[in-house]
Design a protein around this ligand. Structure first.
Ligand code: BV8
Ligand code: ZN
Length: 247
């Protein structure tokens, strides 16, 4: 895979790079994306139907079990070369900020520490009423486990559709997008807001936008560089070309 010499020199010289990732970056780890149809018991539901406060009010056990099923799926997978390439970039660029829409925790597992989890993390559980985070809960119960502080129902510490993003995470993400020199959009269909507007905010501030996605997205026309393929194949090659070859 050849990368434009000007892209390589840009990345070698950049001091502030921001990357936004979506479900596509975890696809090669064996996790289904939101676009991919769900399987088994969950095939009859669209993710955005289950990932909502309305669904939890209507049938809390169904939503709880869906997240328990996804937690098991995440436990069974490992970061892929795309995740590790981003961890490598974090070591090479003076200021590297990784913003993810993913709740799977694989970026952290791959070693990224300057990480903004915009939509939360599926391994964390909190009370739906008093927000108390809890480390332990029973998954094998007939009903949804309850909070030991107020008796409220426990729920995953993720952002559901119709819920606001955590203010500090969102502000940090917007600030990063507005002040970066290079913005990578990786493995995201660019549909869900406000995450999908970050790349445009960076573009409008003159940042160079690089898209890596299996297919074109609404961002593609604005991208200075667009690579349509698998992030687990393209990112390692890019890291090698920029930071390993000819240094
Ligand atoms: C809010 C956590 C308001 C839970 C998630 C403006 C216009 C229209 C609608 C809205 C709007 N503003 C707000 C909305 C509503 C809504 C929204 O955007 N709806 C969409 C559907 C139109 N947004 C919200 O509700 C947000 N909240 O607005 O609150 C508010 C404000 C104040 C006070 C009260 C309320 C909350 C949004 C967050 C929801 N939670 N996740 C969970 O995970 O269970 S979103 C979830 O879906 C993911 O986190 C992610 O963000 C999104 C899925 O998108 P992607 O990650 O991009 O994945 P997708 O499958 O779509 O695409 C994968 C891509 O990868 C594909 O393009 C594919 O080609 C590519 N690919 C596949 N394999 C590979 C690959 N690429 C590279 N390599 C590969 N191997
Ligand atoms: Zn509580």
């Amino acid at each position: 895979m050849n990368f434009a010499p000007e892209l390589i020199s840009l990345l070698r010289g950049t001091s502030k790079l921001v990357a936004l990732t979506g479900a596509g970056v975890s696809q090669e780890s064996g996790l289904r994306t939101f676009r991919d149809a769900q399987t088994g018991l969950w095939a009859q539901y669209k993710p955005e139907e289950l990932a909502s406060p309305e669904a939890f009010r209507r049938d809390p056990k169904l939503v709880w079990d869906w997240y328990a099923w996804r937690r098991e799926a995440v436990k069974g997978v490992r970061p892929n070369p795309g995740h590790y390439a981003l961890a490598e970039m974090a070591k090479r660029v003076p200021e590297f900020i990784l913003i993810t829409q993913n709740v799977d925790g694989l970026h952290h597992m791959a070693g990224n520490r300057k990480l903004i989890e915009l939509h939360g993390n599926i391994q964390r559980v909190r009370c739906a009423e008093c927000y108390t985070l809890t480390e332990t809960w029973g998954d094998d119960t007939e009903s949804v486990p309850q909070c030991l502080v107020c008796g409220g129902l426990l729920r995953p510490d993720v952002v559901w559709f119709g819920e606001p993003l955590p203010r500090d995470q969102l502000e940090a993400a917007v600030e990063a997008a507005r002040t970066c020199e290079v913005f990578f959009s990786i493995g995201t269909s660019g549909v869900v807001q406000p995450a999908a507007s970050l790349a445009f905010a960076a573009h409008n501030r003159g940042a160079v936008v690089v898209e890596i996605n299996a297919e074109p997205t609404p961002l593609t026309p604005k991208a200075n560089y667009a690579f349509h393929g698998k992030s687990g194949e393209i990112l390692p090659k890019l890291v090698t070309a920029v930071w390993e070859n000819g240094r």
